[in-house]
Structures are given as C-alpha cells and as structure tokens.
Design a protein around this ligand. Structure first.
Ligand code: SAM
Length: 210
C-alpha cells in the first residue's frame, strides 16, 4: 500500500473532530448509522469516531484505515465499541473483500479524501450485496456560485493541509452516477459558520446498491 502517513493530521484530527462532535457531529454520526444491520464495511475509519454509534443489529464491522497512527487509535476505539469491530489497513479504491459480501458500507468524511472517488465507489458497489446500503456523511460541493468559487480556490491548498481532502467534490452526484439509487439524502451546512467556510455544505444519506 502507498504511504498514507500524515502524522500532523493524525494528531490534530481527533481534537478538531471532538469540537465538531460537540457542535452536532455526534448526532450526525448516530443518524448515519441508525437502523444499520448485518455485516458492515467502513472505509477510512479514522480514529473510530463512528464506532460507538453502531446499533446492536450490526453483527460485524470491518473498518479500514490507511493512516497508521489513526489506525492505531481506531484499534483502541474498537475495543470499546458496542459491536465487534476489526480494524485493518486498506484503501477504498482496492478492497480486499469478496463480491457481495457486505450488507452495509459506510463512508463518513472520506470520499473527499480518497485519490479516486469513482474507483472507490465502484469497489464499494462491488462488495455490497444487491440491495445493500451505502451510508454516507460527507462534506460536498456547494450549491451557490459564490460557495463553489470559494471551494475551487480553497482546493488549491486545502489538500496539502488536510491530508488530501478536497472541498469541491460533487460526492452526491458521484454516488448517484455509480450504480446506486439514493433513497434518503439531506443537505445542510455544518458547522453553521456562514459563507466563509468552504467545507460547510454536507450531505447525510443512504444509497442502495442497484
Ligand atoms: C477526515 S478523515 C475522516 C475519518 C472518519 N471516517 C471520520 O468520520 O471521522 C478522512 C480519512 O480518510 C482516510 N483516507 C484517505 N484516503 C483514503 C483512501 N484512499 N481509502 C480509505 N481511506 C482513506 C484518511 O486516512 C482519514 O482517516
């Protein structure tokens, strides 16, 4: 696997995310996973912020994380999770999993960072059972010309400071164009910090593998 080491990001992200959690991020993660069941694949699990939110109906979570320091933290979080979680190295674009082997796939704040989102979505589709769910919580391209312009400018430097994250990705449209049918999706700004935050447009949704 290519070197995914981002030591500064790995140290800062859990602290930044803790602030987001208090501002409503924890509730978003709970909403993301409410009603999930069966075998789950989570890609780019970070330090395991979703783990406490998996419902008891989930029988197993396989959580992939390519960044070594975040993966180690996720390993600790797995030990405290309410359901069985196995943490492994791996990237979303090249999943070491059989076709149609998962009931649910989870992508939270990760499709902005993968190097090839179309390939990642094709892989997620491949490993989901027909009718399986892609549950996603992502920051996405804005809807207004002003926000989109801000995001294009931000993306010149943003990926260097945020471990490859891009704020202008049209993730929602990419999901809909990758063999998924969007069942539920809601859009909102988070944190609600006005027009100056290029990463504020978010989506939270469930798409079904066709
Ligand atoms: C902003 S963090 C989000 C972490 C976690 N999903 C969450 O909701 O807190 C983005 C994560 O994506 C991971 N990542 C980056 N490129 C990836 C790839 N190609 N495949 C899987 N994960 C990747 C990073 O290492 C990082 O953990």
């Amino acid at each position: 696997m290519t070197d995914f080491s981002h030591p500064i990001f790995a140290r800062l992200y859990p602290r930044l995310d803790a602030a987001c959690a208090r501002a409503g991020g924890d509730a978003h993660r709970a909403e993301l996973l409410a009603g999930a069941s069966g075998r789950v694949l989570e890609v780019g699990a970070g330090y395991g912020a979703n783990f406490p939110h998996y419902p008891a109906e989930v029988t197993e979570v396989v959580a992939l994380e390519p960044e070594p320091r975040l993966r180690a933290k996720a390993g600790h979080a797995a030990g405290r999770a309410p359901v069985p979680v196995t943490v492994r190295p791996g990237v979303a674009e090249d999943l070491d999993a059989d076709d149609a082997s998962f009931d649910v796939a989870v992508a939270s704040l990760v499709l902005c960072s993968v190097r090839d989102p179309a390939r990642a979505l094709a892989e997620l589709r491949r490993v989901l059972k027909p009718g399986g769910e892609l549950r996603y919580y992502e920051h996405v391209r804005g809807t207004t010309p002003g926000k989109r312009r801000l995001q294009r400018y931000a993306d010149v430097l943003w990926p260097y400071f945020a471990a490859g994250c891009h704020v202008s990705r049209p993730t929602s449209e990419l999901i809909a164009g990758s063999g998924f049918t969007v069942r539920d999706e809601r859009r909102f700004d988070f944190p609600d910090s006005g027009p100056g935050n290029p990463a504020s447009p978010h989506v939270l949704g469930i798409a079904i593998r066709d």
